[in-house]
Design a protein around this ligand. Structure first.
Ligand code: ADP
Ligand code: MG
Length: 339
């Protein structure tokens, strides 16, 4: 019998793998913004045209890359963030899988300009369909600028599956807001079709929330704070009278990473019990810090779902802390603490 199994060429493997990481323009935005934050940038600028279908560009003043690293960064499973498998249980960076840039470069045209802090010259790389087309020295600012053009130009099916510009832009804004909220100490700007949608100076979390969601949030927010051996919880919940019919402003962050978690969502909802109309949802912005050894961030390629070792305990800590805060602000009777 003839042998029929072949190893796929790198560019094909990358294109297939890209399906997991790069689902839409917003996925590119998320990956690039997270890379900038991981590179210790204090300023990050996002420029997008046509809801990311034609252009997504992220510039940062982070640590930049050497000439060799600039090329390596585009390889799949190439990362500066971990060295061994156990490292993901002590990880504090957003990335570690080393596949975002390789995936993006497999499904779009990518141009990278990067200069190491303190280095005389930078490197400019032009890449299409995973092939480096040119590499030159450049007089670029310290930090990194990555420009992604014509997303999915080589995968018509994917391109056709994209939603309207309005929907794709909404997804981009969501990703932008999540990263910007996770890092109020970093300045972010966002320009779409030549108009500035966000201009965020470094600030406190409260100020960042107000800058993103509007001034009326200033009177809406009730602080939540709890420090246990397992988890440090900080953030805000919206006062019950501001709860909305639609879901939307509900955010959990774990070690500065936005996550989705229906079970912990219920913990907040429980804390609001009796204070809300049946079909309204409280807003919340809750930050958890916990030992990375007690979570698993590698259960999903985009890492928006994570596993907690002690989910039930965290549930109860959140519920109690939120209830306590609501009580302190004379919004709910604070008589019934439960431990
Ligand atoms: P990961 O973030 O999982 O490591 P990526 O494919 O997103 O994988 O990036 C690969 C590597 O390229 C990173 O580990 C990092 O060393 C480097 N890199 C990517 N973006 C930047 C940036 N904006 N500034 C500095 N280095 C970067
Ligand atoms: Mg990354």
């Amino acid at each position: 019998m003839a042998d029929i199994i072949r190893l796929l060429p790198d560019n094909v493997a990358n294109q297939i793998a890209a399906g997991e990481v790069v689902q839409r323009p917003a996925s590119v935005v998320k990956e690039l913004l997270e890379n900038s934050v991981d590179a210790d940038a204090s300023e990050v600028h996002l420029v997008v045209s046509e809801s990311g279908k034609t252009l997504i560009q992220v510039s940062d003043n982070g640590k930049g890359m050497s000439e060799t690293d600039a090329r390596m960064a585009l390889e799949r499973h190439a990362t500066s963030k971990i060295q061994k498998a156990e490292d993901i249980f002590s990880i504090l960076t957003k990335g570690f899988r080393g596949e975002a840039l390789a995936s993006i470069a497999a499904v779009a045209k990518l141009n990278m300009r990067t200069r190491l802090r303190g280095s005389e010259l930078g490197t400019e790389l032009k890449v299409a369909a995973n092939e480096i087309e040119s590499q030159e020295f450049c007089q670029c600012p310290e930090g990194t600028t990555i420009k992604v053009q014509n997303l999915f130009y080589n995968i018509p099916a994917r391109r056709n599956f994209l939603k309207s510009n309005q929907v794709e832009l909404r997804h981009i804004i969501d990703e932008f807001e999540r990263v910007a909220m996770a890092h109020p100490e970093v300045a972010f700007s966002f320009e779409h079709n030549n108009s500035e949608l966000f201009h965020l100076e470094p600030s406190t979390l409260r100020q960042r929330i107000v800058n993103i969601f509007g001034k009326r949030y200033n009177e809406k927010l009730v602080p939540v704070s709890e420090d246990t051996e397992l988890v440090k919880l900080e953030g805000f919940v919206g006062k019950p009278e501001f709860a909305k019919k639609s879901r939307g402003e509900q955010f959990f962050f774990v070690n500065h990473r936005y996550i989705r978690n229906p079970y912990l969502h219920k913990a907040v909802q429980k804390a609001f019990e009796g204070l809300l109309l049946d079909d309204s949802h409280p807003s919340y912005f809750l930050f958890m810090e916990l030992d990375p050894a007690r979570i698993d961030v590698n259960i999903h390629p985009t890492k928006t779902e994570i596993k907690f070792e002690d989910e039930r305990v965290i549930h109860s800590i959140i519920r109690t802390a939120v209830k306590h805060s609501l009580g302190q602000y004379n919004i709910a009777p604070s008589l019934d603490f439960e431990h």
